[in-house]
Design a protein around this ligand. Structure first.
Ligand code: LLH
Ligand code: MG
Length: 382
């Protein structure tokens, strides 16, 4: 089998989420937005799909490398793209590598008529989810006060979520960041949901060492389950310093570049208790599984960052387990159970016990609404 074309279809949809000046998403006014669908086409008629690929980089840099390749040579393709990153760091990001790798896994699953997690080596068919909130805001009825978080945590608990993670306030929200306000929100949530529900926090990502320690110590008294990315992840020494002083598990790195290599360095330096990364952070399912196996070899747990079909397939193929699937980002104004307009059904349906079930369809198993894409088509980047 040979790859004969890469097409990035662009189409319009109505979005109700808006990014603030720092890039965090919140509920917003309905507006026109553009989505992409990457199609990797082969000479045998089988295709692989992924949403959200960067059309310009795929056409300019990736396509010449992939044309004529056997799509089953995922490792060789991934290594080639990784080597090309050195002189193209500004454009050939790990997110681009992830798009290509995911589309190739999807293609393999479709060609072999198997869901991706079974090709990876299946371990389970469902994973418990945690409710992962959007970052704090200043919206009345939103996530604007500690009490609002408490109310929302109760709603999530009632829906069956077994665990809850607060993304607290970050700039540019007024008054953010503020360790005391973060602690107040965590205390309000703990009081509302009772002692047994595992609670996690993902606060401002650039607290000082002292601020992160103050927050972590307070969360120990509230019996929190983990703290995630409270400081700049490029400072490994700061994480060693923090992890040594907290009994509360520190999770990371999440967004630090460097794929599985960075995770290896953090493990040998004891910079966190639980490792982290998702397909977008690491550059695809291929490096995510390398990272999971690295963690397994060191007896270190790994929590997968982010939602989506590919992260769910990885979690269903991890023996060391990533304990939870990150379902979100959630907000009182947003109906997460409404599929994206380009999908007929959710990638991550959750049952009443709080388990998210992986698709049994071939490939990544996304239930693509082809009619919608055709109707809202804008252009093809070929
Ligand atoms: O900064 C944000 O908006 C969130 O932290 C976001 O990156 C989220 O994906 C995350 O960190 N989840 O764990
Ligand atoms: Mg995070």
């Amino acid at each position: 089998m040979k790859i004969t074309n890469l097409v990035v279809q662009m189409f319009h949809y109505k979005s109700r989420s808006a990014r603030d000046s720092e890039g965090h998403s919140h509920p917003g006014q309905e507006h026109d937005a553009t989505q992409t669908l990457l199609r990797i086409v082969t000479d045998e008629g089988v295709e692989g799909y992924v949403f959200g690929a960067n059309a310009r980089v795929i056409q300019g840099l990736v396509k010449p490398i992939l044309l004529g390749e056997d799509p089953f040579y995922r490792e060789r393709i991934w290594q080639k793209l990784k080597e090309r990153q050195r002189l193209n760091l500004g454009t050939l990001s790990d997110k681009v590598l992830a798009s290509v790798d995911l589309a190739l896994w999807d293609l393999a699953g479709r060609a072999l008529n198997q869901p991706v997690y079974k090709l990876l080596g299946g371990f389970r068919d469902k994973v418990p989810a945690y409710a992962s909130t959007m970052c704090g805001d200043d919206l009345e009825g939103g996530l604007n006060t500690p009490e609002a978080y408490a109310e929302f945590a109760l709603q999530c608990k009632a829906q069956g979520y077994p665990a809850f993670k607060l993304h607290t306030w970050q700039p540019p929200m007024p008054g953010a960041p503020d360790v005391k306000r973060d602690i107040a929100a965590c205390a309000a949530v703990r009081e509302a949901v009772g002692d047994d529900m595992p609670l996690m926090i993902d606060p401002f990502h650039y607290y000082s060492r002292e601020e992160a320690l103050t927050l972590g110590k307070a969360l120990e008294t509230l019996n929190f389950y983990w703290i995630e990315e409270p400081m700049d992840e490029y400072s490994i020494s700061s994480y060693v310093w923090l992890t040594e002083q907290l009994s509360l598990p520190v999770v990371g790195p999440e967004t630090a570049e460097g794929k599985m290599y960075t995770r290896a360095e953090w493990i040998v330096r004891n910079a966190s208790d639980i490792s982290r990364g998702g397909v977008g952070d690491l550059g695809g399912l291929t490096p995510l599984m390398k990272t999971a196996h690295l963690c397994e070899s060191f007896g270190v747990r790994m929590e997968v960052h982010g939602n989506g079909a590919a992260n769910l397939h990885a979690l269903c193929a991890m023996g060391i387990p990533g304990e939870y699937y990150e379902r979100g980002l959630l907000h009182p104004f947003i109906d997460y159970n409404q599929p994206a307009p380009w999908l007929n059904t959710l990638d991550d349906p959750m049952d009443k016990e709080g388990y998210v079930h992986v698709s049994q369809k071939p490939g990544l198993g996304q239930d693509i609404n082809w009619g919608y894409i055709e109707e809202h088509w804008v252009a093809d980047g070929e």
